[in-house]
Design a binder for this molecule. Sequence first.
Ligand code: FES
Ligand SMILES: [Fe+2]
Length: 449
Amino acid sequence: MRKNSLNEETFQMLKEKMEEGLLPQWVITDPDIYELEVEKIFGRTWQFLAHESELKEPGSYVTRWMVNDPVLLVKNKEGEFKAYLNSCTHRGTQLCTADRGNKKAFTCPYHGWSYNLDGDLIGIVAGNKVYGEEMCKAEWGLRPIPQIGIYQGMIFGNLDPDAMPLEDYLGDMKWYFDILLGRGDGGMEVRGVPQRWVAKANWKATAENFAADPYHVQTTHRSTVEMGISPEDPLYAGYGHQVVLGNGHGINVITSATGRSKNPFQGTPESMWPMFERNLSPEQLEILSKTTVFVGGAYPNLSFVSPIHGTEGHLHNYLNFRLWRPLGPDKVEVWCWFMIDKAAPEEYKEAAYKGYLGSFGPSGTLEQDDTETWARIVEVSKGLMARDKELSYNSVSNYLMGFNRVEPDQSFPGPGAAYPTTYIDALSRSMHEYWLELISKDLLVKEEV
Ligand code: FES
Ligand SMILES: [Fe+2]
């Protein structure tokens, strides 16, 4: 492996800057930082693969990526989810090249080896004639992804066999996932297929923008104010709480200025409310009843937004999950899922899907605003001044909003450190602190020894 230029002093300097609420700009697109991120963050943390509603029948499969590792996720005959490296054990080519489908077996397009849903090698072209009787097929099954875990229908994978269990990793995020994903009978379902597109952006910037930065909304998405969709009040996306949950996870629980929502339960049809009451605790229900928008993220690269869209009398709510798959320090592949309450009326689901396509889908107005900004962050971070690791030009980003000034609200009914505004950099700082902890981990361990 190429020697990484980053050392103890670098990490010490980053730590000190972050303790001042600052993040040096060079870390955005630095190739050595990126290499560490792939290995120490994406190689060791839980990454989202699919929602179980995407694999309904035995034999259903989807192909996904954990950064550069291709994953084949299948539902076997027993209804269990299995994840394998999507690579043939003969010469390593990609085994399944389709995005999704239903199969009893997978046959490699190169020399025709085939595997069943449990990953066993079951067929070799001209088998015994070319390999002899002694070929032990059991040794040549697909390589499983070391760990998979499921929470509220969300299937995650982990490339580290020693990583902590998914539920421990999610921690208090689970309590909020219960509201977002478990509020309805039967949970949520994915409608359509995840849309995908490539954006010029760094994954840290996209994850932070989505999960932790409601402050950008009133400026970047100013057109929605001009169209009369969003209020004039510059604080409108700042009412509510930003909740920091540990391990880089967090959520913004956005309300109206009064702390309540004009449209209880995110404008969902009243017929659905008793169902929410059945499935949620009183504290979760209280939060859901008051919230306009939930927006947040599960570290490292899964973000979500659950907004209200539409006009009075035609309001709808949906859940959009998105994964920022890094394709390099300056490029991401965006994966975008539309999810809706399984138990919602069909016409409602349809109207919500249209609302999603017009806002956060790849051609949606909000999406395009963000994409331009992300590309410009990447451009600037490549300049000589931004790349200067000595910081002689003071090229640092500002994370000082609410820094050492705003304290968590102890009366908030949910777990986590809940700051009484979403215009605050508490979650961004927590994400970057966890980022530094992960990428510098072995170095610190070595020091202790
Ligand atoms: S690479 Fe798959 S059969 Fe040869
Ligand atoms: Fe945005």
